[in-house]
Design a protein around this ligand. Sequence first.
Ligand SMILES: [Zn+2]
Ligand SMILES: [Zn+2]
Length: 372
Amino acid sequence: MKNKPAILWTNLLVFLLTFLVAVIGVPLYAYLYGFDTVHWVATILTLGYAGMSITVGYHRLWAHKTYEAHPIVQFILALGGAFALQNSALHWSSDHRVHHKFVDQNDKDPYSAKKGFWFSHIGWMLRDYQANTYSDYSNVRDLQKNKIVMWQHKHYLALAILMNFGVPLLLGVIYNDIWGMLLTVGVLRLVLSHHFTFFINSLAHIWGSQPYTDKNTAKDNGALAFLTYGEGYHNYHHIFETDYRNGILWWQFDPSKWFIKGCSYLGLTKNLRKVPEAKIAAAKLQMQKYRTEHKLLEKPDHQELIAKLEVEYQHLVERIKLFGQVKKEYLIAKKQKMSDAAFSDIKENYKQLKQQISEQQKQWQQTIMQLA
Ligand SMILES: [Zn+2]
Ligand SMILES: [Zn+2]
């Protein structure tokens, strides 16, 4: 039998001790001395700060470069990332890029979901599985040119200690309850922040739907989005990782997306990248066609039915492509402030096509319902 890699005692002890304090120490202190609203508000706010520094900063800004951010925003996110205690942004991004490139490949994906819930959630950090690749930063050369990322990487340990002890201590001194704040803002916040983020590697690869692709284990899960600041839409994210959004519909809970967009109005973020609507629709459509075809195979006259489905599919795909072009032209025309007459023609064309697509999509939904 192959020997398991050595246990990483520092990681194991940090995870274990903070967990024990959160489940035993916090309730005990609550019973003996009590917490009040201020403790809980401070815990929730700091939890959000640490968690969103990972999603907005580590993940969408540095690992995937889905937008650009002002140095002051980067600085705040770098401090928040150290507060979240998930290694430096450089290291985290390097691991994460490997995860995307080799997703589900047990020998390469550092937190491969195919190795089970426990491994992808936390097990991968408890033993020295990455002994040979730990300091290989060849896939983050771009980030090595970023002064803030490198400053945080160089001083990571000091920053992590400063944030994790400094913030709760400061709040404790202000509120005159050092132990209370150390337990809530210090430990409870850290444990929740850890596991909520870890859910993205574990649960978001296990539980949910796959509207865009089934080539990997990533799932879309609205419930999980609530705990992960929008990262629950992980099926979308794995196919379109360059998009600054994970929940693409306006109502989908994605505070990371709202924060990035909100900052853009203040000039603090820019060049927010979005995947064209037509491309997204095409991916979704292809998945629906593939699933319907699969179901049809059981029917005796499946060849005929599949041919019918194919015709409708091709027709819709062409329309969607055309709509993508027309929309682009429409948006350019809108910006250029062309003459009213010329613009109204383009606008009319755009509106008509939009209407047609929506009807055709309804038709498509009916067809796949009927056939399946
Ligand atoms: Zn990602
Ligand atoms: Zn993933």
